[in-house]
Design a protein around this ligand. Structure first.
Ligand SMILES: [Zn+2]
Length: 315
């Protein structure tokens, strides 16, 4: 009889924490799953993570945790722009001590990339760029079949490339970062700008008549119904996404780009527009092999699955 060694993977998001238990040799099959709200502060987060490890009740020796922000090679969260009051938290050390299980901590988008490479849309690729477009933007860079980590473990933060030095302020402390324009948050802002300019009536109606309540999903719903003004805003978002991807491809030369995160729900509407604009923006777009831009396959479980896989191979 084969002994199944389970591993726990946990993905810390801006609003929810998702934990899974799985056998790392079968990352497609999640045995157990739990979701809880994201608490505020480092102590609350540690307690929540420990409760999930117990709650998943797996005979697991190892735990992986993905968090949004800069995580160093020792598993300390140095800075999380979307997690309030969390910086310099030695998560891996504290969790290993308190849970009694070897725990590795990594950037959440790195975890997404590992999962998509193992069991999703980047399967079979040794050179892949996985970009998550959600509240912010994260990325995991696969090169030579491995995750690119950089000197400190901080590689793959393209959301904070400055694309407009005079642009809106970013939670990271800078201005005009790519994620201010090309994330779900950026999409809502592009929509509100159009709405206050007197356009986008169809989408505003879907938001209850209040431009301030406008979200990306209202714009995509109007665009799907053929609303020309909503389609224009989708095109603006596609431009900003394609601009950042073109810059990244000029540097990294991946064979495929996988798009995950909340905006992937609009992939059918968005990705053809992004692909078209990308070809014009990347260097020598008509003289290089096409870089397919495809939707992630694993949905919102990808981060937790990837965290489990990193735990299985780490330590
Ligand atoms: Zn930033």
């Amino acid at each position: 009889m084969l002994l199944v060694v389970e591993t726990i993977g946990i993905d810390v998001g801006g609003t929810k924490v998702l934990g899974v238990a799985l056998d790392p040799s079968c990352p497609d099959v999640v045995r157990a799953e739990q979701r809880v709200p994201t608490p505020e502060g480092g102590d609350g987060l540690v307690d929540t993570l420990l409760a999930l490890v117990v709650g998943l009740s797996a005979p697991a020796a190892r735990v992986g945790v993905g968090v949004p922000g800069l995580v160093d090679r020792q598993g300390t969260l140095r800075m999380g722009p979307h997690l309030r009051r969390l910086h310099d938290v030695p998560l891996a050390e504290v969790l290993t001590q308190r849970s009694g299980r070897l725990t590795v901590v990594d950037n959440d988008a790195n975890c997404h990339a590992v999962a998509e490479q193992a069991a999703g849309s980047a399967r079979g690729y040794d050179e892949a760029l996985v970009v998550t477009l959600g509240t912010g933007i994260g990325a995991g860079i696969i090169t030579g079949g491995r995750l690119l980590r950089g000197a400190n473990g901080f590689a793959g933060e393209p959301g904070h490339m400055v694309v407009d030095p005079n642009g809106p302020p970013c939670p990271c402390g800078k201005r005009g970062c790519w994620e201010r324009f090309a994330s779900g948050t950026g999409f809502a802002r592009l929509g509100r700008d159009a709405a206050y300019g007197g356009r986008l009536d169809g989408a505003v109606e879907r938001a209850g008549g209040d431009p301030e309540a406008l979200r990306g999903e209202h714009v995509t719903a109007a665009a799907r119904a053929g609303d020309a003004e909503a389609l224009t805003v989708v095109g603006q978002l596609a431009h900003w996404i394609a601009l950042g991807l073109a810059n990244l491809v000029n540097v990294l030369d991946p064979a495929v780009i996988v798009i995950g995160g909340g905006l992937v729900e609009a992939a059918d509407l968005l990705l053809p527009e992004v692909q078209m604009r990308f070809s014009d923006l990347v260097m020598a777009g008509d003289r290089r092999p096409a870089v397919p831009i495809v939707a992630a396959a694993l949905g919102d479980r990808a981060g937790a699955i990837g965290a489990a896989l990193l735990a299985a191979e780490g330590g």
